[in-house]
Design a protein around this ligand. Structure first.
Ligand SMILES: [Zn+2]
Length: 180
């Protein structure tokens, strides 16, 4: 299991992140670093679409991609754009605790009934949608997933730094993940 490391003080920031966009993200969000506004984006942040998370970062600091579970699959063009045109050299993938994508396989009835009730779908179509999508979107562990997703992106973009982090919805803070 990867180690989860809190950032309560500047000295908690891992040496490899010090003075980098990742370190600055941790300082802005966890340590109240003064914000101002950034001239050029330093980061691409990939995180889950879950509504409980809000990052404290300056305007202009980061490109942001939000998807279910911070799964970046099928977002390659957007990522490539942020690198090639936007100029970012660092990607941060943020997992979060209590992610719906880790529970979605158990939410069959709610999913099907919800689409029928609120979106006007017929039950058979909703059933099919759920059955086809869950294997693609469900994750077993939030942290393991972003660690593996970061690995995949490093393979795709070998000169780009890709760092997984964790957002705890219980305290709204970012945590570092150290692979063990
Ligand atoms: Zn989530």
């Amino acid at each position: 299991m990867p180690e989860i490391l809190p950032v309560a003080y500047r000295s908690d920031i891992l040496p490899e992140y010090e003075g980098t966009p990742v370190g600055r993200l941790l300082e802005y969000h966890n340590l109240g670093r003064a914000m101002g506004s950034a001239q050029t984006p330093e980061l691409l942040i990939g995180m889950c679409m879950d509504s409980r998370k809000a990052l404290r970062i300056p305007r202009g600091f980061a490109f942001m991609l939000r998807t279910a579970g911070a799964d970046m699959r099928d977002n390659e063009f957007r990522i490539s754009y942020a690198i090639a045109v936007g100029g970012v050299r660092t990607i941060v993938l943020i997992a979060h605790t209590d992610c719906g994508m880790a529970r979605v396989a158990r939410l069959h009835d709610r999913f099907v009934h919800g689409l029928v009730e609120h979106a006007g779908w017929d039950a058979a179509r909703a059933e099919r949608h759920f059955a086809e999508s869950v294997p693609k979107f469900a994750i077993t562990d939030e942290v393991d997933f972003v660690v593996r997703e970061a690995e995949r992106l490093r393979g795709l973009y070998p000169r780009i730094t890709v760092v997984p982090l964790l957002y705890r919805v219980e305290d709204d803070l970012l945590y570092q993940i150290r692979a063990t």
